[in-house]
Design a protein around this ligand. Structure first.
Ligand code: F6P
Length: 325
């Protein structure tokens, strides 16, 4: 006995490596449990436009290793309006979809809360974002690949920084969260990490650089989270130059962090959460995000997942500062 018979799956918002692995897991688990699975294209935009197809086992062959999303994604402006949301709900009703699995980040899951006002089927979100900023899961699908990409870039920058005795400001993504910055800073051996969660003073950046010089450092790498209070890499480089005359190079890693083949952590997480979300929905669970905490799959109310703030680990801050000396 299952609470759902025909489920929809879609990806929305910024793509993240591992979204395809998550689609595959939902489709294969759904079919394994004898459900019909509809793939909705281009997120909420495709739901409004009625752009969808019945998935089968082969629709998701050979995608586990691919970045991007075979269902495409969008940041839908139409869905921001009540009319758009009503159209999306109408599509779900016309399609006889009784359960919806959304793979995406904060905006995507907030969209489910809005859709709830127009549609009564079961809804479970899967955390698919490089930002790792969702409460209710230790990591989000895509995060580990993005950090890996960032540290590979930092390693290369370190070579040229060392060769020229230069300071580099390296900007990483993460929107308002500093998870990518902190982990890529520790993993990349950064001299300083500028997070959105902690206000940054230019003078402290300059002092940090000068103290490093006194200790014999000839080059420095600062990781700048894009949401940092001083601005991105360019702004920080300019402010440090104005305050000290130190010439800094700036690098924005940018959307490269969103692409590429997902690393094993993202693939396994996507697989576990996809199967878990389908099983929980069949049992009647609703209005939740599937996540993994301490290696166990758990559900968190969507409202908490998007509105409760996931904290940066203070011990990692200490580790970063000890290792940067
Ligand atoms: O949420 C994922 C993310 O890559 C953020 O890190 C970044 O701030 C944002 O999306 C960029 O969005 P877009 O690709 O729409 O400019």
């Amino acid at each position: 006995m299952s609470f759902v018979k025909r489920i929809g799956v879609f990806t929305s918002g910024g793509d993240a490596p591992g979204m395809n692995a998550a689609i595959r897991a939902v489709v294969r688990a759904g079919i394994y449990y004898k459900l019909e699975v509809i793939g909705v294209k281009r997120g909420y935009e495709g739901m409004i436009d009625g752009d969808a197809e019945l998935m089968n086992l082969r629709s998701v062959s050979n995608i586990i290793q691919k970045g991007g999303t075979i269902l495409k994604t969008a940041r839908s402006k139409q869905f921001m309006t009540p009319e758009g949301r009503e159209k999306a709900a109408k599509f779900l009703k016309n399609q006889n979809i009784d359960g919806l699995l959304a793979i995406g980040g904060n905006g995507t899951l907030t969209g489910l809360l809005e859709l709830r006002k127009h549609w009564n089927g079961k809804m479970i979100g899967l955390p698919g974002t490089i930002d790792n900023d969702l409460y209710g899961t230790d990591y989000t699908i895509g995060y580990h690949t993005a950090v890996q990409t960032a540290i590979e870039a930092i390693d290369k920058i370190r070579d040229t920084a060392d060769a020229h005795d230069r300071i580099f400001m390296v900007e990483v993504m993460g929107r308002h969260a500093g998870f990518i910055a902190l982990d890529s800073g520790i993993g990349g051996g950064a001299e300083k990490i500028l997070l959105p969660e902690i206000d940054t003073e230019v003078n402290k950046c300059v002092t940090n650089f000068l103290e490093g010089k006194e200790k014999g450092k000839t080059s420095s790498i600062f990781i700048v989270a894009e949401g940092n209070s001083l601005g991105g890499a360019r702004e920080v480089a300019t402010k440090v130059f104005e305050a000290s005359g130190c010439d800094c190079k700036e690098v924005v890693i940018g959307h490269i962090q969103r692409g590429g083949s997902p690393v094993i952590g993202d693939r396994v997480l996507a697989g576990k959460l996809g199967v878990f979300a389908v099983e929980e929905m069949m049992e009647g669970k609703d209005n939740s995000m599937a996540g993994e905490i301490n290696n166990q799959c758990v559900l968190t109310p969507i409202d908490n997942a998007v509105n409760w703030k996931k904290q940066i680990d203070p011990y990692k801050l200490k580790v970063a500062s000890i290792l940067a000396t």
